[in-house]
Design a protein around this ligand. Structure first.
Ligand code: SF4
Length: 191
């Protein structure tokens, strides 16, 4: 049982690094805990680590991470001020979508990250995170929307990895991020 009052991002990180709760631990090089500002106003949640993240043990450091960084930079969000994490913390082989079972087992870490950071806005990146957190479906049909649920405000946009395969989505991601920035300014959320 976790002592919520004494839980911390560092404690979660230490647990994730050593976690063997699901079979993804057998194929990983490194588990990838969330990282960033533990008092961030915005938390970004993606699907799962990819090859580069698995190698480095850090989230969003590969090509998708580069696209995310470029987009954040363009709209004026400073990466060191936000918190970035994933639905599951270990790379699924071949970058397949994590199974429902893997997501369910790993969810405890994400819930604790959300609880500690307590962001004003949770930015959902892509379909898998949308499905896992809000039970949603098509991200393209819902991107750019804010959804209030369980006392939290969520924002939906595409996963930066989608742009690797379809560069036309880059504009959509930037447009969504601009809308996110406007809302942050309205709510006085530091970015
Ligand atoms: S994916 Fe999550 S639950 Fe599975 S081994 Fe990694 S940290 Fe543990």
């Amino acid at each position: 049982m976790i002592d919520i009052a004494n839980d911390s991002i560092n404690r979660i990180k230490a647990e994730v690094i050593n976690c063997k709760l699901c079979s993804l631990c057998t194929k990983r090089r490194n588990a990838v805990p969330g990282e960033g500002n533990s008092k961030a106003g915005i938390m970004f949640i993606g699907e799962a680590p990819g090859r580069n993240e698995d190698e480095k043990g850090r989230p969003f450091v590969g090509l998708a991470g580069k696209i995310l960084d470029e987009t954040l930079d363009k709209v004026g969000i400073v990466r060191s001020r936000i918190f970035v994490t994933n639905i599951v913390k270990c790379r699924p082989p071949g970058n397949r979508v994590p199974t429902e079972d893997e997501r369910r087992v790993c969810k405890n870490y994400l819930e604790r990250e959300i609880s500690i950071v307590s962001p004003k806005i949770i930015c959902i990146l892509g379909r898998t995170a949308f499905e896992s957190l809000l039970g949603g479906g098509s991200i393209l049909g819902n991107r750019g929307k804010f959804i209030a649920k369980d006392g939290r405000l969520f924002f939906l946009t595409i996963h930066p990895a989608a742009i690797i395969y379809n560069n036309k989505l880059r504009y959509a991601l930037e447009k969504d991020m601009q809308a996110l920035v406007m809302e942050c300014r309205r709510l006085n959320i530091p970015i």
